[in-house]
Write a protein that binds this ligand. Structure first.
Ligand SMILES: Cc1cc2nc3c(=O)[nH]c(=O)nc-3n(C[C@H](O)[C@H](O)[C@H](O)COP(=O)(O)OP(=O)(O)OC[C@H]3O[C@@H](n4cnc5c(N)ncnc54)[C@H](O)[C@@H]3O)c2cc1C
Ligand SMILES: NC(=O)c1ccc[n+]([C@@H]2O[C@H](COP(=O)([O-])OP(=O)(O)OC[C@H]3O[C@@H](n4cnc5c(N)ncnc54)[C@H](O)[C@@H]3O)[C@@H](O)[C@H]2O)c1
Length: 456
């Protein structure tokens, strides 16, 4: 066993670890960065970037299909080949991280390819080498898919997001387990390319963590586009046969469902083994980090691993905070109150802060306001594909918004204004006195404020 010293050891060079490691190395800190898969992590290779390339392609097809009755006629012939090529060549460089590794080492970081075992707050082991960190240990280990303990599932060649993103050719049919962000984004794209898609969701609605209006909206759109959606249908058994593909038995669904491929998208959990938590002195369950993202003195967990929201913008937000912490610079602590997230279905579902249910659970006196996109001038003009709404969640006593949803065309962009309102605690009276450009989708906020006012 050999030993190497460093000032800072970063375990996991995904979005969060790469950002911390790179920034510290550039600042002259002696950093060892350890990665067992690809530098860059899930987002560029199997997550945000390739999935949004797929979404863009699917949205182009959908827009073309909206031409009849609006602008003439169009013949749409989907072809997956340019999408797969774009993912391989432009997004992932054929799943090769040479450029990212070079970026880190050019900045002065020391790169180690391998799996790190966390031995203690200042020690990790990779193979036969132990690395000690004099100034800090940063855990940026991301998440891994949760595979539910369904009878037979583990013995089948099911896909996670990796299989669905790497596909060079599309299957004729796909069953998606889980009606959350991954399942719905990928399921809708596949369906738009002609795949027969069935979504099976255990909860009583898809997008169960979002507003019920969002679940209803997206289910309605997906069904109109030809997907089959089963909700309240926990799967009890999965089998696979080389000739006939997958057979899925789900409660409340008559007979078995059959498809060529099965995508399991039932959530993700932080890649931190219980032994790691105990080696660091963290409790086995509950909040892992404090508001400085510390697990223990000079040990931080950031990005997906911190359990505060599995989004790339959380990873980079955390990275900035921990870089400041390690360099001894002042700055605000982490505040996840106004965390935004966008599910890139079409229509997009942008959410910031608390849903109505979460605000009520938090004991707030809640009022809501809602405006359907189709009832705004812009939505009416837009016509085909104008499904959506703006929903505001207000803390009546404070006179401020604590959450909002912007679902619809460009819902993620409309969300920007609402994120400012929740983050900066803008009084509702200020939002009401603003001028909203006409005719925009974000003018739906103005209309939803009127509904909120009329609700009291
Ligand atoms: C299909 C999909 C679509 C997504 N779309 C979006 C989106 O549109 N917008 C958005 O904001 N987010 C999206 N996300 C989430 C986003 O990808 C993650 O939030 C982001 O990658 C988190 O970055 P991270 O650095 O915390 O973790 P990761 O990117 O997971 O990186 C962690 C790295 O640590 C490595 N690692 C783990 N343990 C060890 C160890 N012991 N030793 C060495 N290396 C280790 C892993 O191999 C990995 O490379 C999506 C995710 C998926 C799966
Ligand atoms: N646009 C984005 O920002 C984006 C896109 C994709 C993924 N992500 C990130 O990745 C995370 C993981 O995505 P995900 O879609 O896997 O998780 P998710 O938590 O968003 O959705 C999982 C869904 O699976 C359901 N489910 C759980 N167990 C089930 C079972 N046994 N059978 C059927 N359904 C079951 C849940 O009720 C839930 O609706 C997201 O929470 C998000 O943080 C973000």
């Amino acid at each position: 066993m050999s030993t190497e010293q460093a000032e800072v050891v970063v375990v996991g060079l995904g979005v969060a670890g790469e950002a911390v490691g790179g920034a510290l190395a550039k600042a002259g800190v002696d950093v060892v960065g350890i990665e067992d898969t690809l530098v860059g992590g899930e987002c560029p290779y199997w997550g945000c970037i390739p999935s949004k390339m797929m979404v863009r392609a699917g949205n182009l097809l959908a827009e073309a299909r909206r031409i009849p009755g609006m602008a003439g006629s169009a013949t749409v012939t989907p072809d997956w080949a340019p999408v797969a090529r774009r993912i391989r060549e432009e997004a992932t460089a054929d799943w090769d991280d040479t450029i990212a590794v070079d970026r880190f080492t050019d900045a002065g970081g020391r790169f180690v390819r391998g799996h790190a075992e966390i031995l203690g707050p200042d020690r990790v082991r990779v193979g036969d080498t132990e690395y000690t960190a004099s100034r800090g240990l940063v855990l940026a280990t991301g998440t891994e898919p949760v595979v539910p303990p369904i009878d037979g599932l583990a013995e089948t060649p099911f896909w996670t997001n990796h299989g669905a993103i790497e596909a060079e050719e599309l299957p004729a049919s796909l069953i998606v387990l889980g009606g959350g962000a991954i399942g719905l984004e990928i399921g809708q794209v596949y369906a738009r390319f002609g795949v027969k898609v069935t979504v099976v969701e255990a909860a009583d609605r898809i997008l169960p963590m979002d507003e019920p209006e969002s679940s209803e909206l997206i289910e309605d759109v997906l069904v109109r586009e030809g997907l089959t959606v089963h909700t309240g249908s926990p799967v009890t058994r999965v089998t696979y046969d080389d000739g006939s593909g997958f057979a899925v038995t789900a409660d409340g669904v008559p007979g078995d469902l059959h498809a060529e491929k099965l995508l399991v998208a039932t959530g993700r959990r932080p890649r931190l083994a219980p032994e790691t938590r105990s080696a660091l002195g963290a409790p086995p369950r509950g909040d892992l980090v404090d508001d400085r993202l510390r697990i223990a003195d000079r040990v931080w967990a950031i990005g997906d691993a911190a359990g505060k929201g599995a989004f790339t913008h959380v990873a980079t937000y955390h990275a900035d905070i921990v870089v400041r912490e390690i360099l001894g610079e002042d700055g605000p602590a982490a505040d996840h109150r106004a965390l935004p997230r966008v599910t890139f279905t079409d229509p997009e579902v942008g959410v910031v802060g608390l849903t109505e249910a979460a605000a009520r659970e938090a004991g707030l006196t809640v009022a809501t306001g809602i405006q359907r996109a189709s009832s705004t001038t812009r939505g009416w003009l837009h016509k085909a594909g104008n499904d959506g709404f703006v929903k505001l969640v207000a803390d009546v006593d404070a006179g401020r918004l604590v959450g909002a949803t912007a679902a619809g065309p460009h819902g993620g962009e409309v969300l920007g204004a609402l994120s400012v309102a929740v983050h900066a605690r803008v009084p509702i009276t200020e939002l009401e006195s603003m001028i909203y450009a006409y005719p925009t989708f974000h003018r739906g906020i103005h209309e939803a404020l009127k509904d909120l006012r009329s609700a009291g």
